[in-house]
Design a protein around this ligand. Structure first.
Ligand code: OAA
Ligand code: MG
Length: 654
């Protein structure tokens, strides 16, 4: 039931959660109504769909949504007849799982005050794509020029203008503007041109956007929860206009990519990641909530920057920090339920591991930097080995960087090795060596090692330099997760190439400036023999007449599909076996043809298909482990995942 103040701009959705799916694109599963309220007298009126393709306006429904007086309203002028066939927009992908409309928990309707407001409502605006009939029905006459264009033509036009910008940040800002004015067009653009636009809305450009967030800030795109809100977080969460939240990405801004502490300006990261949840994983935008927790910043430049948007104080730590985070985690569960997925993003090491451990047993939490990166990298290695031969256990691994990504990847690889070869995980860990800023992690450093590094302390004499570690450990795989650029120097890559016919070199730190080496350097210094992938994208490299294509070990391969799988199965916890399932699903998508081009990841153009496969395998694992609550288990999980995905195609508002 929706109460509206008809004179003000309002856009409310009472989402129809499908009982069988529990999620996703309300447009597909419910009669869709777009009601334009024209100058309703004295304040409050009610609008709802009766579930039979009609929209009831003004007191036709009871508070519980039942349409007791609907008979009287069905013939009145306040009931709009809906064309429910055209409501979904885009192909019907439900097949046999399609929920019948009478399964809907709550019918819903959408309303705005006038055609003018409709054009300014990003969730429903179609701009020039409003049809003649819609222009008549929704008071749009005269507010638009006469031409009616298709969504495809709009996409073409915006791509044309985006390509005029030389500076990536300008493209980022143009995309942000589009997201804030026409959400469906934004997602259509992103889905149709994913390879071109991923680096614009996400790594690496999002890094620069965060650095300059204060200067480019126009409208808030998520929730800012600062120390000022301590004690009131539940109220703050209620200020968010949506209730049916399924994924939250939260950061405290302390370690944004490899760029360090950007404080409150880290908001660009949750916003960017959640755009990908929708574009790549099909989670509907209204179910996504970006959050930045602002406990201050230790970045002196930001503290001095007059345009800084965050708290102007040094970071709170210890009890004050823990209490704020705990209040947030408790409030989220209270208001959105236990099945809301909380993705931790770009926390500093000292908090990231603790938060994951602390809330891993009570909440549905996932740390993208520890677990997401791990799952992606493991997928790349499984794929590479599929083509070059050998098993994970045959390899020797050396990492530069022993933070979230390094130890996260190492642990997941050890788990996979242990699973493949039936050896205890402690044994499997012995094949993996890590170097941090103080050199090789060895037993003699035990006392001073942070907890999360201890599993990687092996018996060996200390080694300070990476190149010496390469020569002594003789790795077949070298992985950079240091956050420090240009650390895979010529002698390091040459040492790898001297040891291996096909050295696997992964330079994972982000953004591009922090990459341990460039694609060109990896290929040149290994005489074109390296199997190379990086965290941030690099262009193809010409080497001795051959085009070598660097792969991108991009987290976006995993988290959208993983999230979709968790949501659609109603999972209540994330389990390592789900991450392994996601890795295997991704690796299975890499073809010989991809590998022949030098790629150990599939092209992003297929990402929605890939996400559906990952989601299905993750959901299957959730059911197998007894962690799924959405019962019964759908027969065909891939088909089901696809049917749940949000489509950005415009809907018809008739
Ligand atoms: O954003 C990315 O591309 C990967 C990531 O999580 C990070 O570097 O922190
Ligand atoms: Mg991250």
């Amino acid at each position: 039931m929706i109460s509206l103040n008809g004179s003000s701009f309002l856009q409310q959705q009472q989402p129809s959660i499908c009982k069988s799916c529990g999620t996703f694109d309300e447009a597909r599963r419910s009669p869709v109504a777009f009601v334009t309220l024209r100058s309703k007298p004295n304040g409050r009126c009610r609008v709802a769909s009766d579930g039979n393709g009609r929209v009831l306006v003004d007191g036709a429904l009871n508070e519980d949504g039942s349409s007791s007086s609907s008979s009287s309203s069905s013939s009145s002028s306040s009931v709009l007849e809906l064309d429910s066939k055209s409501s979904g927009g885009g192909p019907d992908v439900y097949g046999e799982d399609r929920a019948s409309e009478d399964q809907l928990v709550t019918p819903w309707a959408v309303s705005v005050a006038s055609g003018y407001s409709l054009l300014r409502d990003p969730h429903h605006n179609k701009a020039l794509a409003f049809s003649e009939k819609e222009r008549d029905a929704h008071y749009l006459r005269g507010l638009l020029p006469p031409v009616v264009v298709s969504q495809d033509l709009q996409v073409k036009k915006i791509m044309h203008s985006l390509r005029q910008y030389q500076v990536p940040l300008q493209k980022y800002m143009a995309m942000t503007d589009l997201q804030e004015t026409n959400e469906r067009l934004f997602y259509k653009l992103l889905i149709d041109h994913v390879e071109e636009l991923l680096p614009v809305v996400y790594t690496p450009t999002v890094g620069e956007a965060c650095q300059k967030y204060g200067s480019i800030f126009r409208r808030p795109q998520g929730l800012f929860i600062s120390l000022k809100e301590k004690g009131k977080i539940l109220e703050v969460l209620k200020n968010w206009p949506q209730r049916n939240i399924q994924v939250i990405v939260v950061t405290d801004g302390e370690r944004i990519l490899g760029l360090g502490d950007l404080g409150c300006q880290g908001m660009g990261i949750p916003v960017g990641k959640l755009s990908l949840y929708t574009a790549l994983g099909g989670v509907r935008p209204s179910a996504c909530l970006p959050v930045t927790i602002d406990v201050g910043t230790n970045n002196e430049n930001l503290l001095k920057d007059e345009f800084y948007i965050g708290l102007r104080q040094r970071r709170a730590t210890g009890e004050e920090y823990d209490e704020l985070l705990h209040e947030f985690m408790t409030a989220v569960k209270q208001i959105f339920g236990e099945k809301v997925l909380i993705q931790f993003e770009d926390f500093a090491n000292h908090n990231a591991f603790e938060l994951l451990e602390k809330y891993g047993t009570t909440h549905l939490v996932f740390n993208d930097d520890i677990q997401g990166t791990a799952s992606v990298v493991l997928a790349g290695l499984i794929a590479a080995l599929k083509f070059v031969g050998g098993t994970l256990a045959d390899q020797r691994f050396l990492f530069l960087g022993a933070g979230e990504a390094g130890t996260g990847i190492a642990e997941l690889m050890a788990l996979e090795m242990s699973k493949q070869t039936n050896v205890p995980v402690e044994e499997a860990r012995k094949k993996i060596w890590l170097v941090d800023s103080k050199g090789l992690i060895v037993n003699s450093r035990w006392e001073s090692l942070q907890q999360f590094k201890k599993p990687w302390a092996h018996e060996h004499e200390p080694i300070n330099e990476l190149v010496d570690a390469v020569k002594v450990i003789k790795p077949t795989v070298l992985i950079g997760t240091s956050g420090v650029g240009r650390t895979f120097t010529e002698d390091v890559v040459e040492a790898m190439a001297a040891l291996n016919d096909k050295p696997i070199i992964l330079a994972l730190s982000n953004p591009t400036s922090q990459s341990e080496c460039t694609a060109e350097e990896a290929f040149k210094w290994s005489q074109g023999r390296a199997i190379f992938a990086s965290g941030s994208p690099f262009d193809p490299v010409q080497y001795k007449g051959k085009t070598l294509v660097p792969g991108q070990a991009n987290n976006a391969y995993i988290f959208p599909g993983l999230g979709l799988g968790l949501i659609m199965s109603g999972a209540i916890r994330v389990h390592n076996d789900m991450l392994l399932a996601a890795s295997e699903a991704l690796a299975a998508q890499v073809t010989q043809e991809n590998f022949d081009k030098g790629l150990i990841f599939p092209p992003f153009t297929d990402i929605r298909k890939i996400s559906a496969q990952i989601a299905a395998d993750v959901a299957a694992k959730a059911y197998e482990l007894g962690l799924a609550t959405r019962l019964p288990q759908p027969k065909d999980l891939v088909k089901y995942a696809e049917s749940c995905m949000y489509s950005p195609t415009y809907r018809s508002y008739r």
